[in-house]
Design a protein around this ligand. Structure first.
Ligand SMILES: [Zn+2]
Ligand SMILES: [Zn+2]
Length: 112
């Protein structure tokens, strides 16, 4: 079955300056998305809140060193939006107490 709907939908999105968030895979206006690294094309954009959630997941799994680098292009994540940076910092502060406890437990069980 030909997938004409998908193709025309993508054209429509492009025409309206919409891009897809690579984390939640939903399309949104480019001005609502950020491109924090050197990834190109369809994986270039993420929502700030999706990125915060992704970083939360990394924190919870103890992979905190991954917080600052893209897993795909290995570039250091570049966050120029001050608002996002503040949100992430506040988020980190909020998480810190439980995170420190988790990390202590993780450090005991993991050997790098
Ligand atoms: Zn998203
Ligand atoms: Zn990347």
């Amino acid at each position: 079955m030909p997938d004409d709907n998908t193709v025309s939908l993508k054209r429509h999105e492009y025409a309206n300056n919409l891009q897809v968030c690579r984390i939640c895979l939903e399309s949104d206006k480019v001005e609502h998305l950020i491109s924090p690294c050197h990834c190109k094309g369809s994986i270039k954009y993420v929502h700030p809140h999706c990125m915060a959630g992704w970083r939360k997941t990394l924190s919870e799994t103890g992979r905190e060193s991954d917080l600052y680098h893209c897993q795909l292009c290995k570039q250091r994540l570049y966050i120029k939006q001050k608002r996002l940076l503040m949100a992430l910092l506040q988020f980190r502060r909020k998480q810190l107490d439980s995170l420190q406890q988790q990390q202590r437990a993780i450090q005991l069980t993991l050997i790098y």
